[in-house]
Write a protein that binds this ligand. Sequence first.
Ligand code: ZN
Length: 279
Amino acid sequence: MEGFNNPYIDKLIGISNEQKELAQKWHEYIITNIETMGGKKIEGFEIEKTEKDVALIEFTQMALNRILEQYKRTKQINIPLVNIHVLPPEGTERYTNGRLLYGAHSSLQQSVLIDRDVSDIQFSLALFHELLHIKSYTAFQIISENKDNQSGQQLKPYRNGFRIVSRDGKRVYLQSIEEAVISYLTASFYESIKDELLFRDEKLNNRGIIISRSYEVSMMNDAIDIIYENNKGTFLNRQEVLKLFIDAQINGNLLKLGKLIEQTFGSGTLKKIDASTIS
Ligand SMILES: [Zn+2]
């Protein structure tokens, strides 16, 4: 909705331009929900942040902001400190009943869960990954069961970078490419911070550093190679194709890359890339 500056999302769809008051109410609800529910302590799981944790969170969020700026993100979404929930090691796994490891995020609440790994670097990388999900291009949608009145209206995510939720809220597309771009950028972040003074007392646990989603990253790299090989007249180098993937994730610009993917791999490809039903 134009005309309402919501600090947490780029766009709200599903309300017509004539329904300004209704749009305003939804925006107010979104902000309140993020600032109250998103910041609410997770009893039984969350631990107090130490001074070091806060320093690492600030360092990571600032570094991420600079990277987003570098890729021309026009909206900087600042996540309140209370929306970053620190859990003991394996806390995410316990909290999500084994569904997720190390970290998780909620788009609608703009909040993250992060395990406090013994490694400061691992903690920062997990934080970087989850924060990038919610600081990338974000759109929400209002889904109305009944088009004629406001009953049964529901707020759902619509876009998180690459990730698209269908307009009936039941299907999700392109999630693995979202993970691939985020993991690629997390690995570059690691290269840029590993020699920082902040990490001089770094203690590693016996797993070493883990940057998740290597399968998705290798799939993306293969796709980039093929697109580049097929479009050498359009791109000077492979890096230019990679930049389109990063731009689609960070700024939501899917049009140009979407066309290229469809031309290269066949029409209808985008709708087939790991489309799944939301349970
Ligand atoms: Zn992720």
